[in-house]
Design a protein around this ligand. Structure first.
Ligand code: AVJ
Length: 311
């Protein structure tokens, strides 16, 4: 089976699984087809969505200090690389980097982003790894002189469950032993600010969430009434996370591969968790995997942080 066909089949079987369990929930990675990825790019530009621009401002202002933590001849591994826009603010300040190793599951996008980066840094050794970084994967050999260091921006870690977060820390603590990890996290804040960021006035986040259903229709031929579902995003204070759901507005049927799934009015398909953290709480979680807390960079409003953790 080719790659596209097996990816489609995994989406179909995961969606069947999602619809069969109660409460119903599906992994947020299924947001990101071509259209979903474009919608996410638009989210990053929204006035209400502060994380991307806040993190970029921190990287612009303090990239040199962050690169100094990484040390000379570093091998820099980026987890879930995307467009490689943020990492430039580190690469620009690294002292004779050994190599840049972006790890991403989307091979075509990764390679084109690498080609673009190479134009800007012709002398940089770029060694892309096409892999799901949450699963066991191979990296190029450790550098002879410098340290292996990691970069995980965007508060992407916020999508992980507590168990997945711990697994990520365990894996990276081993992989980066003797080096460190620079990681972005979205901080706990006024729920009104969070609510606005995930319920933007232009409706882009709603379109992003609903695209999961649209995608099921385009790719898998799912049959349902798109007008029967609505975007729902709210702050779950005890769990310190934004939850996104697709809310069924009435009793209705969702048909996938000839299987009928009944939705009650008010029932939801849970599509995403986006955890928010305190700096101390996050450092304590990382410490359980052996990371030692280092410098922290936070914007003046206290909305977003980049943390250096020694592995
Ligand atoms: C890419 C997971 C960091 O949680 O804020 C944005 C995804 N979802 N708006 C986030 C997202 C809705 C984003 N992360």
């Amino acid at each position: 089976m080719n790659q596209a066909a097996s990816a489609k089949q995994r989406f179909a079987s995961d969606l069947h699984l999602a619809l069969s369990q109660r409460p119903r929930s599906v992994a947020p990675k299924y947001f990101y087809d071509e259209i979903g990825s474009q919608l996410f790019e638009q989210i990053c530009e929204l006035p209400e969505y502060y994380p991307t621009r806040t993190e970029l401002a921190l990287l612009r202002a303090h990239g040199a200090e962050m690169a100094a933590c990484m040390g000379p001849h570093a091998q820099l591994v980026e987890y879930g690389a995307g467009a490689l826009r943020k990492v430039r603010h580190l690469i620009a300040h690294l002292d004779e980097p050994h190599a840049f190793v972006p790890v991403d599951i989307s091979g075509a996008h990764l390679l084109s982003a690498c080609a673009e980066l190479q134009q800007a840094y012709p002398a940089l050794a770029i060694k892309p790894v096409v892999a799901d970084f949450t699963q066991p994967h191979d990296l190029p050999p450790r550098p002879a002189r410098g340290r292996r260091v990691g970069f995980f921006p965007g508060s992407s870690i916020g999508n992980f469950s507590p168990a997945e977060t711990q697994a990520f820390f365990q894996m990276t603590a081993q992989e980066l032993r003797g080096g460190g990890l620079l990681i972005g996290i979205d901080l706990i804040k006024d729920p009104a600010v969070l609510h606005a960021a995930y319920n933007d006035a232009a409706g882009v986040t709603a379109a992003f969430n609903l695209n999961l259903l649209a995608r099921a229709r385009r790719e898998l031929g799912a049959e349902f009434d798109p007008a029967g579902f609505e975007h729902s995003a709210f702050y779950n204070a005890p769990q310190q996370r934004i939850e996104m759901h697709l809310l069924s507005l009435r009793e209705q049927r969702f048909r996938l591969d000839g299987v009928d799934y009944e939705f009650a009015a008010g029932e939801t398909l849970h599509t995403e968790n986006s955890h928010k953290y305190s700096i101390a709480g996050f450092q304590a979680q990382a410490a359980r995997a052996g990371f030692r807390a280092g410098p922290v960079w936070t914007d003046a409003r206290g909305w977003f942080s980049l943390l250096w953790l020694e592995a």
